[in-house]
Structure formats: C-alpha cells, structure tokens
Design a protein around this ligand. Structure first.
Ligand SMILES: NC(=O)c1ccc[n+]([C@@H]2O[C@H](COP(=O)([O-])OP(=O)(O)OC[C@H]3O[C@@H](n4cnc5c(N)ncnc54)[C@H](OP(=O)(O)O)[C@@H]3O)[C@@H](O)[C@H]2O)c1
Length: 334
C-alpha cells in the first residue's frame, strides 16, 4: 500500500489538484469487466485515487459496484477519489443522458472530469476489427464539437461534472475550438509513450495550461488486434529503456512512467497484475537528466491507435484523422 498523501499531484488550470498517476480501465477487448473491476478494488486499497473510466469500455457498472463497496466499507470517501469518464461517439447529441448513466453506473454522484472521448461522432462497435467502417461517419465539424462541449459545460453548471476533458485532439482542431469554449478544458488525453512523444502537441497543451494526460503510457502491449500493425515498436523492449530499467533494478514499465511524470504528463497505466508497482513509480527515485535525455531520443512517431475505424466515407486513410499537414482534413465548417 502506498499512502495516497505521499503521491504527488498535478495542478489543474482552476487551481485544484489531481493525483499524478491514474489507473486505466480499458480491458482492450481481452480483460473482462469483472477482472478490471477487481483491479480497481485492489487499486483503491493499494493507494490509487484517480481512475480513468469510459462508457465505451463496457465495465462502468462493475467498477461502480467496487466504488460503492469501498464507500460503504469506509475504505475511501467519494471526495477522496478523482473519477474520470468519457462520452462515447454515439452520444454527442445526448451528453446529459450519457453522463447521468455513467454517474449511475459508477455510483459516484458526480464526475471529477468528463471527456469528449473522440472529436467525431463516429461510432464503432466493441470488438470490431480494423476494416470495420460506419457509413454514417463524418469528418470533423467545429460546430458539432462545440455543441457537444457546451452540453458538458451545462453539466458543470449543474454540478454533475467538475472539470471538462478533451481527447484525441490535434493542434489544428484545438486552434479551431479553444476560442469558442466558455470553460477551458482542464486536460487533454492523448496517446503518449516513449516511441510516440507528440512533442508539438505536448508543448501546445502546456502553453495553454491544459494538462497532458498520456494514454497507453507503456505502449499498450495487449491493445486490441485492430490497433496492431507488424511494424509497430514495443516501447518496453527498446534497448535504451531496458538498460535504464536494469540500472534502476525495475521493469521497463516503471521507467516509462517515471519519464512521463518527469516530463510533465499524467500517465494512466492499465494493469491487473502490476498496478501497485506502477503507483510506486511516482514515489521512488527519479531518472537522471541523462536518462531523460536518452528516452527523448526514442521518439519514432509510432502512433499505435491509428483510428481506422473512425474514418468517414471519402477519407484516404487513417492519417486523415490526425491533421498531419497542419489543417483539419475535410473539415465541414472551418
Ligand atoms: N482517451 C482514449 O482514447 C484512450 C485510448 C486508449 C487508452 N486509454 C486509457 O489509457 C489506459 C492505458 O492504456 P492501455 O491500457 O491501452 O495501455 P498501457 O497502460 O500502456 O499498457 C497496459 C499493459 O501493460 C501491462 N503492464 C502494466 N504495468 C506493467 C508493469 N509494471 N510491468 C509489466 N507489464 C505491465 C499490463 O499487463 P498486466 O495487466 O499484466 O499488468 C497491460 O497489458 C487505458 O486503460 C484507458 O483507460 C484512453
């Protein structure tokens, strides 16, 4: 057990704080809802206070039972937890309904942060494969995104949501939407790991006082089949990372997490077997400047979640989702 009071925190742009490491809860189509809930139960007792949930992970009801039991048994109080969830792509027009269902499922009264999971209303079914396409999918629209965001702003006004998060945004999309938002987003969840550091996006978020939260912080070795390409790299097997782990007598996962924290991003590793070690990474010895510099050289632009399943009719390929030329691809109203 790690005393949660010893776990450092990041400051959000409204002055409140958030624990510096969270537990991911996406079972990647491989770990059952009950197993994920079991990890959350263990995680609370190990000292985790931040949980990254999502409606589309299909396990909020099971996790809610764990939260309720922890509250009832006096293990933690609601105010001690920072619970995050996300509106799935098929609920952009019905955000309040989605949020209320999540709060009911998680049995948590309110959410500390609610994210727009993806900036498109493009839905895919759980367990779908990489060739799955939804014919109703559309390219990004500023108005659609801002309308979805405004619905969360209303939920903040009602006290159901404390902070607003965005996810899977690009700099061109941020440039288009940020001036139109009444309440500034507190955090942006993005794929961030040693072989995919997204330095420009990271710098943009920091400059705009939006906390970068890094998903897949370990390179997600058991991600869904649809997100695996033969040329993908395995972050935790990069020789430089393995050597640093050897020097610290720990698993390369711990080095990925220390690098994330020292860089200034909040990692949300998922684990059913190693979650205590992952939290411990936040309270044990730091990496040296030289080790940090070595990990900076591991950048390989190796995006793992390409997002093919979100493509709209007429899109070329997954690169269109990420605005790599600095303009929003096929934007309908930019
Ligand atoms: N916003 C978004 O669009 C988005 C997208 C993807 C993910 N996410 C969030 O990010 C979270 C993390 O991403 P992820 O789950 O895909 O990948 P990840 O955290 O990078 O990797 C998880 C994998 O690493 C293993 N692992 C964890 N700690 C370890 C350790 N200390 N030593 C060895 N192996 C270890 C786990 O196995 P064991 O269980 O055996 O430990 C698990 O298979 C998700 O759960 C979800 O909450 C958000």
């Amino acid at each position: 057990m790690i005393d949660p009071r010893t776990v450092p925190s990041f400051k959000l742009n409204d002055g409140s704080t958030i624990p510096c490491v969270g537990m991911g809860t996406f079972g990647s189509d491989r770990v059952t809802p009950d197993e994920v809930a079991g990890a959350v139960a263990g995680g609370i007792r190990a000292g985790y206070r931040l949980f990254d949930c999502a409606a589309c992970y299909g396990n909020e009801a099971q996790i809610g039972q764990v939260f309720k039991a922890a509250f009832d048994e006096g293990v933690v109080e609601r105010k001690d937890l920072f619970i995050m969830s996300k509106v799935w792509n098929d609920m952009h027009r019905r955000v309040a309904e989605s949020c209320k269902k999540t709060i009911a499922d998680l049995q948590c009264d309110y959410l500390d942060m609610l994210f727009i999971h993806w900036p498109f209303p493009n839905y895919h079914a759980p367990f779908c494969d990489v060739d799955s396409r939804n014919p109703d999918s559309k390219p990004f629209s500023v108005a659609e995104f801002v309308d979805t965001y405004r619905q969360i702003e209303d939920l903040v006004d009602q006290g159901l949501v404390k902070h607003i998060g965005i996810s899977n945004l690009t700099i061109p999309k941020l440039e288009a939407v940020l001036p139109k938002l009444r309440i500034k987003p507190a955090a942006c969840e993005s794929e961030l790991h040693p072989c995919f550091q997204q330095q420009a996006l990271f710098d943009y978020l920091v400059a705009h006082d939006i906390l970068p939260i890094g998903y897949m912080p370990l390179g997600s070795p058991r991600r869904p089949e649809r997100d695996i390409l033969p040329e993908d790299l395995a972050d935790m097997q990069m020789p430089e990372l393995v050597a640093i782990a050897k020097a610290h007598n720990c698993h390369p996962a711990i080095i990925c997490l220390k690098w994330a924290l020292q860089r200034g991003q909040l990692p949300i590793p998922f684990s059913v077997h190693n979650y205590e070690a992952n939290l411990e990474a936040a309270v044990t010895e730091k990496l040296t400047d030289e080790e940090m510099a070595t990990i900076a050289t591991l950048e390989r632009n190796n995006r793992l979640v390409k997002g093919q399943v979100f493509l709209w009719p007429g899109a070329n390929d997954w690169h269109d989702l990420w605005d790599e030329d600095g303009v929003i691809v096929d934007c309908t109203d930019c």
